[in-house]
Design a protein around this ligand. Structure first.
Ligand SMILES: Nc1ncnc2c1ncn2[C@@H]1O[C@H](COP(=O)(O)OP(=O)(O)OP(=O)(O)O)[C@@H](O)[C@H]1O
Ligand SMILES: [Mg+2]
Length: 371
């Protein structure tokens, strides 16, 4: 089956005077794909979206919509629609009139528009709300009407810039499901901007993880979680341990490192030679404390802190000058363990990811810093 391209970004760069907001960004976005732009504040997500919409002109590079170069096509002539965080519904118009507005601009008669309006109202699960004014709706309902208004034109792609940012946590999670269902039902390409990694991971087919205008990785959520391309991606997604190591041996398939005088084996291809300074990464949920089964990597450590978090325990283990955190499901936790105990921490060689030490500067230490 031929996969059709909806949007093609070819070496797109955007500079605002001396600030490079987006640097040499390339991506092929498929028809019907849910594609997210994810990254910390200021990394260039909105600028990328605005260039696709035609609201910013790239300094360099090209943008293609359904195969044709739109780099010099004005926003109103591009077959895409943008949904912003603040909904921007007309307050004096009813829901039905708000949704009719883009069709009216296209000179479509009310009688012709009527079935299309009813269809999108059904799609966002808001039938029966057509006569209400925006202020008579909740935040989530307003967001759904804004979405209906964007969908009524049947755009080739829908561009969404943190569309759930104004909603409280529970409504946000509910709306994520609604959005994903709508996207599946209509089959329209969604380009979705968020700085919330969980939101991107649960909703997207593919994610572009960005930092300082650069796309560090463009891949599926699975690939990004299990094979992060850079230390920044490894730190931005999920909960990761980072410790210093030195390469002892590396044959291209298996890499043995010295970590605090103990050997750690990584079973994956690592591009570092003997003696190289490395950054060794292990997901907290892959670290086991005193395991019964045989595991390739076993190091002796001291339990320095135990935090009970309801569904799991977070155990901080000291290995020489380094710290390694293990997140263990509460049902699997050994209740006899105490802070100060000597333990063995263990993990599989497949779970070790290795980067050059110089990438340490890109590591986001606490998830709050990423917001
Ligand atoms: N019109 C502008 N003039 C000058 N600099 C700009 C302009 N728009 C954006 N920038 C700069 O470009 C960079 C990227 O901004 P952008 O709005 O794309 O980030 P973002 O990833 O959407 O961030 P946030 O998550 O905070 O919305 C920032 O450094 C920002 O200050
Ligand atoms: Mg933004």
């Amino acid at each position: 089956m031929k996969v059709e391209k909806a949007i093609d970004l070819v070496n797109v760069t955007k500079k605002f005077d001396e600030v490079t907001a987006v640097a040499n960004f390339s991506a092929e976005i498929k028809k019907g794909e849910f594609f997210s732009l994810l990254g910390p504040s200021g990394c260039g997500k909105t600028t990328t979206l605005r260039m696709i919409a035609g609201l910013e002109i790239p300094t360099e590079g090209h943008i293609l919509l359904e195969g044709s170069d739109v780099s010099s096509t004005p926003a109103y002539r591009r077959n895409v629609n943008t949904v912003f965080q603040d909904y921007a519904l007309f307050p004096h118009m009813t829901v039905r009139k708000n949704i009719y507005f883009p069709l009216k601009m296209k000179k479509i008669s009310p009688s012709e528009a009527q079935p299309r309006i009813e269809r999108v109202l059904r799609l966002v699960n808001m039938e029966g709300f057509g006569s209400r004014l925006p202020q008579q709706l909740s935040g989530g309902q307003r967001q759904r009407i804004a979405l209906a208004r964007s969908l009524v034109n049947e755009p080739a792609a829908l561009l969404l810039d943190e569309p759930l940012g104004a909603l409280d946590f529970k409504l946000r999670v509910a709306m994520q499901k609604v959005l994903k269902d709508i996207q599946r039902n209509v089959g329209i390409t969604f380009i979705y901007v968020t700085h919330d990694q969980t939101e991107a991971m649960t909703m997207s087919d593919r994610i572009a993880v960005m930092k300082d205008g650069l796309a560090h990785q463009i891949a599926t959520p699975d690939e990004i979680y299990n094979n992060p391309a850079t230390a920044f991606v490894a730190s931005f997604i999920g909960d990761m341990n980072f410790v210093h190591g030195t390469v002892l041996e590396n044959d291209g398939n298996t890499c043995v490192l010295d970590v605090e005088g103990q050997n750690v084996t990584a079973k994956r291809s690592v591009d570092l030679g003997k003696g190289a300074e490395a950054l060794v990464c292990i997901r907290t949920e892959r670290v086991q404390v005193n395991p019964h089964r045989s595991v390739e990597n076993r190091v002796t450590a001291k339990l320095s802190r135990i935090v009970y978090r309801g569904t799991d325990y977070e155990a901080t283990c000291r290995i020489g000058a380094s710290e390694l955190r293990a997140v263990v499901q509460a049902v699997a936790w050994d209740a006899d363990l105490r802070e100060g105990d000597g333990v063995e921490v263990a993990w599989n060689a497949e779970d070790v990811i290795v980067f050059p030490r110089e990438e340490e500067k890109d590591v986001i230490k606490y998830s709050v810093e990423a917001v």
